[in-house]
Design a protein around this ligand. Structure first.
Ligand code: SF4
Ligand code: SF4
Length: 300
């Protein structure tokens, strides 16, 4: 079985307990304008160009047999209508300004990478984390990776928005030791406005996992002007308190480090740029959530 993977990060220490290997699956049904992994939104492979890394050598032009690459005003132009995503230009680009994001991998190929660090997982209490994008978009591939990991005695974590059919999630949950669950906005209308989808499926799924007794850590990306207001924080605190087996809420401060990646992709929507939260806002949010008796951590 094959799936589309856009990154495999070894020695990850912020994606669950211990030292982990995080496998990023491509494709997401949500469209959050603050997404830190914009290259994970589209389900298909993409060619990305990072202007800051480009030294202007123009080696890439010669390798492109379809004529998709040209230079104008000192800047590379990619004609996406001519590009067939062969990836040859990226191979010729020494500074890695051009890069293919997303490639087909088999479950065995993924597991070969993951099992390289088994000794570190055993020593640190780590394992595999599958993230995205939204990994549940490739449910069969995801399930096969998690099942293979369990068969190898590797702890499994699923980092998800929770936006998927419940029957599908229940099938996958059997192989998940820990959920990292991204909660964004509690008001349904605001959730639709900012992410393009309702949050009712997400909240229902989270309740279902709670009933199953699945250990879960909530991840809350704090974005000033979007979800930092009092009513959202209070509603989130009350909802999470009503669940069983939620260990804690991790508040993830919004940052802009992803903008470079976004500019290198072709997107029909412009990214929204927000202010990162101040130390004062982080502290106030932590305090409000802690008032619900929840364990809170700032950072993942
Ligand atoms: S090969 Fe890479 S560094 Fe050279 S011009 Fe092309 S994109 Fe820029
Ligand atoms: S991926 Fe292939 S077709 Fe597309 S620009 Fe690069 S070399 Fe040309």
């Amino acid at each position: 079985m094959e799936g589309t993977v856009f990154n495999i990060k070894r020695y990850a220490i912020h994606d669950g307990p211990g030292i982990r290997t995080t496998v990023f699956l491509k494709g997401c049904p949500l469209w959050c304008p603050w997404c830190q992994n914009p290259e994970g939104i589209s389900p298909v492979p993409e060619l990305i160009w990072r202007e800051q890394r480009c030294i202007g050598c123009r080696d890439c032009e010669d390798t492109c047999l379809t004529g998709a690459l040209s230079f104008a005003d000192g800047s590379l132009r990619i004609d996406r209508n001519l590009c067939d995503l062969c990836g040859q230009c990226a191979l010729s680009c020494y500074p890695q300004a051009l890069e293919m994001v997303g490639r087909q991998m088999t479950v065995d190929e993924v597991m070969t990478e993951v099992e390289k660090d088994t000794v570190f997982y055993e020593q640190s209490g780590g394992g595999i984390t599958v993230s995205g994008g939204e990994p549940l978009m490739q449910a069969d591939f995801l399930g096969a990776i998690l099942r293979a990991s369990k068969q190898s005695g590797i702890h499994t974590t699923l980092d998800t928005s929770g936006y998927a059919e419940q029957a599908l999630l229940l099938r996958i949950a059997e192989y998940v030791d820990l959920f990292l669950w991204d909660l964004k906005i509690m008001d349904d209308e605001a959730h639709r406005k900012h992410t393009g989808v309702s949050n009712s499926v997400i909240l229902d799924n989270l309740k279902a996992m709670s009933r199953l007794g699945k250990p879960t850590i909530i991840r809350f990306s704090l974005i000033p002007g979007v979800n930092d207001h009092e009513s959202n924080i209070r509603a989130m605190g009350a909802f999470v308190t009503s669940l069983d087996d939620v260990d804690r809420i991790d508040i993830l401060p919004y940052h802009r480090a992803w903008m470079d990646k976004y500019r290198g992709l072709i997107r029909t929507r412009e990214p929204a740029v927000f202010e990162p939260p101040s130390a004062k806002l982080l502290k106030a949010t932590e305090t409000k959530l802690a008032e619900h008796g929840l364990k809170i951590r700032i950072g993942g």
